[in-house]
Design a protein around this ligand. Structure first.
Ligand code: ZN
Length: 237
């Protein structure tokens, strides 16, 4: 992947890294981000161990989806197998975000499934916890794919964190935030006496409504750019 397209995709990945930090979904180094390149045969991903706040375009690593061969000055994230396995299995997916946020990880430690709790969360669907597999292992990719299936959008990793996918980085970022919010609501509702999930028919109706509602918005298929994350003085926050 060359030129302007690579620069644009790199900038979006760096922007998502900043948003994960700003949203307190990561301390700066945990988790990882990737996006499918325009040619469809490779992905750009974050390198291993580097703080998102110091990441530059030159730090990102290009990995071939078929072979796993990496090109770049650093090693790719240790979870590169998980990312590549998702792109291999799901041609509809162009962005993957993995993080270790507190409340989603709490549900992952309890090894529960977050049901569909809110109208606007219908597109994410139930969020299951995958069978435990160690970080960075080939087994982790297998258990996540089993839960993700052909249309899943988010999976909790037992005793570890969460992975979300999207048609583009903006959609994956929205889901990264949404899973953490849903985990908080789920835990709160359980404390209050028990969560009441939506009925299947209402999930289908809401899914259709929000798909239309979001089309053409910054989160929709038409406009996929992430607006810059700047404070009032124009400096990156
Ligand atoms: Zn992790």
């Amino acid at each position: 992947m060359e030129g302007e397209a690579r620069v644009k995709l790199s900038q979006q990945i760096i922007e998502v890294g900043w948003r994960l930090v700003k949203s307190e979904l990561t301390d700066g180094t945990s988790g990882n981000i990737s996006a499918r390149c325009g040619d469809g045969t490779s992905v750009l991903m974050t390198p291993t161990g580097q703080d998102y706040r110091t990441l530059t375009e030159r730090d990102l690593v290009q990995v071939e989806i078929e072979s796993g061969r990496a090109t770049g000055r650093w090693k790719p994230t240790s979870e590169w197998r998980l990312h590549v396995a998702i792109y291999q299995a799901r041609p509809d997916i162009n962005a993957v975000i993995h993080h270790h946020s507190t409340w989603a990880s709490a549900v992952a430690v309890a090894r529960k499934t977050i049901p569909v709790l809110l109208d606007e969360a219908a597109d994410i669907g139930p969020i299951p916890t995958a069978t435990y597999a160690p970080s960075a292992s080939p087994e982790l990719a297998e258990v996540v794919l089993r839960e993700l299936g052909s249309c899943g959008n988010a999976v909790l990793l037992a005793n570890h964190g969460v992975v979300v996918v999207g048609r583009h980085l903006a959609e994956a970022m929205r889901r990264a935030l949404e899973v953490e919010r849903l985990a908080k609501i789920y835990i709160g509702a359980e404390i209050l006496g028990g969560a009441h999930p939506l009925e299947d028919a209402d999930v289908s109706r809401n899914r259709a409504f929000f798909e239309t509602y979001r089309a053409g918005t910054p989160d929709g298929e038409v406009a996929t750019d992430l607006p810059p994350l700047v404070d009032q003085a124009g400096a990156r926050g």
